[in-house]
Design a protein around this ligand. Structure first.
Ligand code: HEC
Length: 187
């Protein structure tokens, strides 16, 4: 009982000094549901987290030309020096000169959405609307011959897309193991 009340006192002390410090240094702001939503943008391979919205190849073509082509090249080919090519390479992965692109290598279309949404355009990440991201992803899938030109991408359609290299990854079935070095009562 004594120990318990002592620890409660200690806790109160920690809590009150944290509060005092917060007031003094003006640190921290409450994490409101709205603020949390701003960070909670991950889209998983199975499509969980995809926002409402939709976009066409045609809209994506325009966005790509305006906001992506300067680095990644016209139609995703011939990127500027040092930047990733986004198109082509299908069938090259098992050759001595594999060309890895979102089309030839990435296993899911859903995670192209995730990546473009959070990281692109490189100079203004997370600046595109959901509709714009759906459009530009539709365009990238089209120029990689994965969807037809009239494709309209939304959460349902994106989940249905089967990427050319979807089966090219193997799950690592090895169990997690602990180190064998002695950790306690060692001789
Ligand atoms: C200022 C140059 C620049 C612009 C503009 C730009 N990107 Fe990128 N992009 C990059 C860089 C740099 C990387 C690599 C980033 C890294 O590896 O961390 C990249 C990576 C990517 C990748 C991953 C490629 C791969 O195979 O790993 C995709 C997809 C992509 N960008 C799409 C886009 C789209 C779509 C746009 C337009 C909305 C865009 N980018 C605009 C510079 C740019």
């Amino acid at each position: 009982m004594r120990a318990l009340s002592a620890s409660i006192v200690a806790l109160l002390f920690v809590a009150s000094s944290a509060l005092a410090q917060q007031a003094r240094l003006d640190l921290g702001t409450p994490a409101t549901p709205e603020r949390i939503r701003g960070w909670d943008i991950d889209v998983r391979p199975d499509g969980a987290g995809l926002p409402p919205g939709k976009g066409t190849v045609e809209q994506g073509e325009k966005i790509y030309a305006e906001q992506c082509a300067a680095c990644h090249g016209d139609k995703g080919q011939n990127p500027a020096k040092g930047f990733d090519r986004l198109v082509g390479g299908k069938g090259t992965l098992a050759t001595p000169k594999p060309v890895q692109t979102v089309g030839s290598y990435w296993p899911y279309a859903t995670t192209i959405f995730d990546y473009v949404n959070r990281a692109m355009p490189f100079t203004a990440p997370n600046s595109l609307t959901a509709d714009e991201v759906y459009s530009v992803v539709a365009y990238l899938l089209y120029v990689n011959d994965i969807v037809p030109r009239q494709a309209i991408m939304d959460a349902q359609e994106l989940q249905k897309v089967k990427m050319p290299n979807a089966d090219g990854f193997i799950a690592d079935g090895r169990p997690d193991t602990e180190g064998l070095k002695c950790k306690a009562d060692c001789k």
